[in-house]
Design a protein around this ligand. Structure first.
Ligand code: PMP
Length: 407
């Protein structure tokens, strides 16, 4: 049985609106997903009933807030199948998770002449922290090339691995093209030379079943806001022994065991990496987002999104002037394209005028766009609340826009 999309849409108040006099079609889910009513209610409930600082006060509200906060950590543990909740650190998002690894693991274990491998598909947040580290340490950044379809070339990755490779940091699914990388093979090969592996799960976490034990990755970073949860919140998974080997990230309250004027001793994981008052309300509300996903079932969500992607390909590919960008065999529900030689921004403006929310530009992947020889793309990315009729409307609009230039 397929999902009842009309019923799912009722849970997302933001979808029920017009823009420029047209019903909103929200196809910018790779940038951020909309939030179901249960997440909005959880935020209001927390501030109306439970607001308190956590892990500190010995009073009823503080106890409740702490319990709810830690329940989300447990829910995330189940969501990605971590061994224990201590392996889950709350961050501001994928970006902060990667920066945390660069600043702690990187500063301690990566030195002059050591090598870090990324791919040609990376988001800036999985490039810039490594540039910063390499500059500081004299380490070397290597890049796995891609083919014309936007697929990472695995054989080239094997050639880049050396005994000096300390870290492989790879996007699990590309935000710009949707390509899914063969991460399991990559992790096994990286481990064979003694390197650790970080997966950027910003896009994969919402579309694919994630099992960090099966993947055997050392780190997995993702963002709550791409999973129907609040913005400015994310998680960094790390294996216990790896987290324990790393120095703390920021210093402050909560991350300490004892402080004297001479010295600080640090708390256990995960608290060692969570200095200061965290984003309590959003963490608590994120549990409702995970429940929303679990109730529908990741497999059912993926099946629906795959169907939308296949339907979009079926309707869009035959349109004269439609140029798909990224045609990997394994993809999440993202379709990047250009129309004739039109600037993606102009196409985006015309689609916006018709009620479509799509992304245009380089998608924080400037080196990838350069590799593909383009300035940017228009990106439509589908989520569980999108419907086939919305894709039909997109195909109609794209046909009209392509005709202007085909005349
Ligand atoms: N990596 C990828 C693949 C992404 O799509 C994004 C968000 N666009 C990020 C990293 C950064 O996520 P955030 O902005 O939530 O930190």
């Amino acid at each position: 049985m397929g999902l009842d999309i009309a019923k799912i849409r009722e849970q997302f108040p933001v979808l029920n609106q017009e823009v420029h006099g047209k019903p909103l079609v929200y196809f910018d889910n790779a940038a951020t997903t909309q939030k179901p009513r249960s997440v909005l209610d959880a935020l209001t409930n927390y501030y109306s009933k439970d607001n308190s600082n956590i892990h500190r006060g010995a009073h009823a509200l503080a106890d409740r807030a702490t319990r709810y906060y830690e329940e989300t950590r447990e829910a995330i543990m189940h969501f990605i199948n971590a061994r224990e909740s201590a392996e889950i650190i709350f961050t501001k998002g994928t970006t902060e998770g990667i920066n945390l690894v660069a600043s702690t693991f990187g500063r301690k274990f990566i030195g002059k002449g050591d090598e870090i491998i990324i791919s040609a598909l990376e988001h800036h947040s999985n490039i810039v922290p490594w540039h910063m580290l390499c500059e500081e340490k004299g380490a070397v950044l290597k890049v796995i090339p891609i083919n014309e379809a936007g697929e990472l070339i695995y054989e080239e990755f094997e050639k880049l691995l050396t005994p000096n490779t300390k870290l492989v940091s790879i996007v699990h699914a590309s935000n710009a093209l949707g390509s899914i990388n063969p991460v399991k093979k990559i992790i096994d090969s990286a481990h064979a030379v003694g390197a650790k592996v970080l997966l950027d799960g910003a896009q994969s976490s919402s579309h694919l079943h994630i099992d960090v034990q099966d993947l055997d990755c050392d780190f997995f970073a993702f963002s709550a806001h791409k999973l129907y949860g609040p913005t400015g919140l994310g998680c960094l998974y790390g294996k216990r022994e790896v987290f324990e080997s790393m120095p703390p990230y920021q210093g402050g309250g909560e991350m300490i065991k004892e402080v004297t004027y001479e010295k600080t001793t640090y708390n256990e994981i995960p608290f060692k990496f969570e200095a200061g008052t965290p984003n309590i309300a959003d963490v608590i509300a994120f549990k409702s987002a995970l429940e929303f996903i679990n109730e529908l079932g990741k497999d059912a969500i993926k099946a629906h999104e795959d169907e939308l992607l296949a339907y979009a390909n079926e309707l869009l590919l035959p349109i004269k002037g439609f140029v798909p960008i990224g045609t990997a065999k394994e993809k999440v529900s993202v379709i990047s394209f250009n129309i004739n030689a039109m600037h993606p921004y102009d196409v985006g403006m015309m689609l916006d005028a018709n009620g479509f929310a799509v992304r245009t530009g380089h998608h924080c992947t400037q080196p990838l766009m350069k590799r593909l020889g383009i300035e940017g793309t228009v990106r439509a990315s589908f989520s569980v609340y999108n419907s086939k009729s919305e894709i039909e409307k997109l195909a109609e609009s794209v046909t009209r826009i392509a005709r202007i230039k085909n005349k």
